[in-house]
Design a protein around this ligand. Structure first.
Ligand code: SF4
Length: 802
């Protein structure tokens, strides 16, 4: 069995040495890179060959890649690298890596065409000045082969252990059995659908209610499909950290992270046996309808075989940085100095460990004195299951997506709480420039940057002068401002590359924001709007043109290619309806089926009441305070226990909480604050103890509105005031208008569906298992309307209107 590797990956593994160095040197965007390569190609003669596919072998290593160009007349192979800024400041280890790549291509070309010598040229193309800097070396075929062999030799032992791991992993996954005596109600069709989707290389949109055991029910079939499809990796992506913990728990239950005992290779475990046909009971296990809810206490865990699965959790840089006061390069941070020299030993220790949750990854990195965050990025290459935020696949610069493209991995994706992808996707493809941050920079700007920044200032001023003091949507992009920003970013790069110390952090942040703004501007279209608003920091005067935003409304055009790039996957959530709304805004491929699974809960577990004569509309807020407080108190007295009360804003929350405290001071209450760290969040949740009594006040769509689990009598009821509609303001009105123009459903897409989705999520906190019972109060007359009730879960009982 041979091991395939891309030229770039081989060189990064075998030839990268020295420090990690991530000073602010914004590399050209993908589009700029492609355009740069094209331009260089166009400057060459007619016989110039571009994008030459090459491959070669060293023992059982198969090395592949595409050389950028070959000039047969000059017998010159070119490796083109686009860049910005002063080339002389390029770190030596980066240059060495580029040479290594160019020479490997050189060897592959010589071997394929029988050349005995070749000129190998690194062409550095500056995307700003459009100047080329060629660096050439005349090489014999023999010397190139020797270099190629040396790299391959360095990788070979690793490749062998990778192949052995893959064999062990796949064998264990073929033998994997569902860890419980049976599936929960609804879990088997869930698992079958996920399996079928990946087997038919499609996406699945799955609305699966709470209580089915979604995390285990999606991971299990995906793992079962891994050997047969075959998949290189599974990425389990979440929009919130809580989902990550559940995924780790499910993987543990399935046998990952435990000491592995080698499974003999019996005849019936041939690779093609599993996953080649329809999923049957032999593929995902037996389906007696036994519950596997460990909370209910009647689950029966089967004997679980350990599975040699490498599991990695990716954590953001902010959370995993050990030296937040330092910059990511060897002169500043001790964990960046010599990073690549110590990486091989750390990498070896990490794969031996296999289970790399946040704590284990940190421990391994620190034992080898390297940065945990960047070790995590490296280990994404060697892990089987990666758990991380959705931005690792869907964002502009998504690391997992980029690596998968580069390495041509076959990837299966599971996207948890997928309803969040609409808002998260919008955030990824939007950009804002804030004049207050820009103004703060001015007095501290170094001399060489004053002129480019004053050009930005005057372009910004002209934009503000054109604006009245209120919110305004621009018909066309502010070209002058964007041009000035691009220039300023280039100058910052150049300036940075000449400085021995890191940039001032405010300047660096502004430069990153400006660069992101320019990139979003590059891909601007009718999926987005560009607006200028007078928003100013609190206490300051409103200022015309203070904030310029490229605001994505429909992330679909950006997300579709990311769906297509995976082998297939499942988007799942308890609230993924209406189908058309999510289809339109997420851009899921047309052939992706949408399905909704029935809830395992009985309508007798829940009582739903609608306050059909109460209005929580903005104009009626003041009048609603006393009725709301009294209604909460009446329910509390009728059935004492823990409740959650949700409101559309902190202001409304505070008003009702104050009124309740004033009129019913004996009822214990606690409130969500607008900024809560992890400890404060935990303290809030700890108040919901079993047999406890009181009312927690929270905001709809906030950190307690979804993703929290308070089973049994930790929570016996919820109050939801308002329909959760986003505020009517100029921005949301623009979004409505754009959605109306694109889909003909402006109000529903901008206000009604997102609002009701928050309501259902919040109310969904009440019933978490087959034994929970509770009550939901929907507090607004509009909940009594047919269109609102059509968006409530099917299994809910008919609401009582009072
Ligand atoms: S520890 Fe922090 S500063 Fe150091 S390399 Fe890692 S992320 Fe950068």
């Amino acid at each position: 069995m041979s091991y395939r590797i891309a030229v770039r990956a081989l060189c990064e593994f075998a030839a990268k040495r020295g420090d990690l160095d991530l000073r602010f040197t914004p590399s050209p965007s993908a589009q700029e890179g492609i355009a740069g390569h094209q331009l260089v190609g166009e400057r060459r003669g007619e016989r110039y060959e571009r994008e030459i596919a090459l491959n070669g072998a060293y023992r059982h290593l198969e090395v592949r890649g595409r050389a950028d160009g070959y000039d047969p007349d000059a017998n010159r192979l070119e490796e083109i690298k686009t860049h910005r800024g002063d080339l002389s400041r390029q770190p030596a280890n980066q240059r060495a890596l580029h040479w290594a790549q160019a020479k490997v291509y050189g060897h592959l070309l010589c071997a394929e065409r029988g050349l005995d010598q070749l000129t190998v040229t690194l062409v550095y193309f500056d995307i700003v000045s459009q100047r080329e800097t060629p660096l050439s070396e005349r090489c014999s075929a023999e010397a190139l082969r020797a270099e190629f062999d040396a790299h391959c030799q360095a990788f070979l032992a690793w490749a062998q252990q990778e192949l052995a791991h893959r064999r062990r992993r796949d064998r264990a996954l073929q033998a994997l059995r569902f860890p419980y005596a049976g599936f929960r109600e609804g879990q088997r069709p869930l698992a079958e659908s996920v399996y079928k989707a990946i087997h038919t290389r499609r996406w699945l949109m799955l609305q699966a209610p709470t209580g089915i055991g979604k995390t285990l029910g999606t991971l299990f079939p995906m793992l079962k499909a891994m050997p047969g499809e075959p998949l290189d990796k599974i990425f389990f992506l979440t929009a919130r950290n809580t989902g990550q913990r559940l995924a780790l728990d499910a993987l543990r239950t399935l046998g990952a992270g435990q000491r592995h005992r080698e499974i003999p290779e019996p005849e019936h475990l041939e690779p093609d046996d599993i996953g080649s046909g329809d999923i049957g009971s032999g593929d995902i296990g037996s389906g007696d309808a036994e519950p596997n809810d460990s909370r209910s206490g009647d689950s029966r865990l089967s004997e679980v075989q350990a599975v040699p699965l490498r599991v990695l959790t990716l954590t953001s840089r902010d959370k995993s940085c050990e030296h937040p006061d330092k910059a990511c390069h060897g002169e500043s941070c001790p964990l960046a100095a010599g990073f690549y020299d110590r990486l091989p030993a750390a990498r070896k220790a990490a794969v031996e460990r296999g289970w790399l949750d946040r704590a284990a990854l940190r421990e391994t990195a620190l034992a080898h004195e390297i940065c945990p965050y960047y070790l995590g990025q490296e280990m994404a290459r060697w892990a089987d299951v990666v758990i991380g935020d959705v931005n690792y696949w869907f964002d502009f610069h998504a690391m997992l997506y980029a690596l998968s493209q580069q390495q041509q991995w076959r990837v299966g994706l599971l996207v948890d709480e997928a309803h969040n992808l609409v808002e998260r996707g919008r955030g990824m493809y939007s950009a804002t420039l804030d004049h207050a941050a820009f103004r703060r920079l001015k007095p501290t700007l170094p001399a060489p940057l004053k002129r480019p920044f004053s050009r930005v200032a005057s372009a910004w001023r002209a934009l503000a002068d054109d604006s009245e003091s209120d919110y305004r949507v621009l018909e066309t992009l502010p070209g002058k401002l964007i041009g000035a920003l691009q220039q300023a970013v280039s100058q910052v790069v150049e300036y940075q590359s000449e400085q021995p110390i890191a940039l001032d952090s405010e300047l660096q942040r502004f430069a990153f924001d400006a660069q992101h703004f320019c990139r979003v501007a590059d891909v601007f279209g009718d999926h987005s709007i560009c607006d200028v608003s007078p928003q100013a920091p609190r206490g300051r005067q409103r200022q015309a043109g203070a904030r310029v935003t490229l605001r994505n409304v429909v992330p679909a055009p950006f997300l579709t290619p990311r769906f297509v790039a995976a082998q297939g996957g499942t988007l799942f959530s308890a609230t993924l309806a209406p189908e058309a709304y999510y289809r339109d805004l997420l851009g899921v491929p047309d052939d992706a089926p949408w399905m909704s699974l029935a809830s395992p809960f009985r309508d007798s577990q829940l009582e739903v009441r609608i306050a059909a004569r109460l209005s929580t509309r903005y104009a009626d807020r003041e009048a609603s305070l006393t009725p709301l407080a009294d209604r909460i108190a009446a329910q509390f007295r009728a059935c004492r226990g823990n409740y959650l009360a949700f409101f559309s804003s902190f202001a409304y929350l505070e008003q009702v909480a104050d009124r309740l405290a004033e009129r019913h001071p004996e009822i214990p209450i606690w409130r969500q604050a607008s900024r809560m760290d992890d400890d404060a969040r935990e303290t809030f949740l700890r108040r919901f103890e079993a047999n406890g009594e009181g009312v927690g006040f929270a905001v709809l769509g906030g950190i307690f509105g979804e993703g929290i689990d308070l089973p049994g009598d930790r929570l016996i009821g919820a109050f939801v005031a308002t329909l959760g509609l986003p505020q009517v303001n100029p921005v949301n009105e623009q979004m409505r208008a754009r959605l109306q123009a694109l889909y003909g459903h402006g109000y529903d897409y901008a206000y009604f569906f997102p609002g009701m989705q928050k309501v259902v999520q919040a109310a969904g906190r009440v019933i978490r298992s087959g034994t929970d019972e509770g009550v939901i109060h929907l507090l607004d007359d509009r909940f009594a309307r047919r269109e609102s009730q059509a968006l409530l879960p099917d299994w809910w009982p008919k609401p009582i209107k009072d």
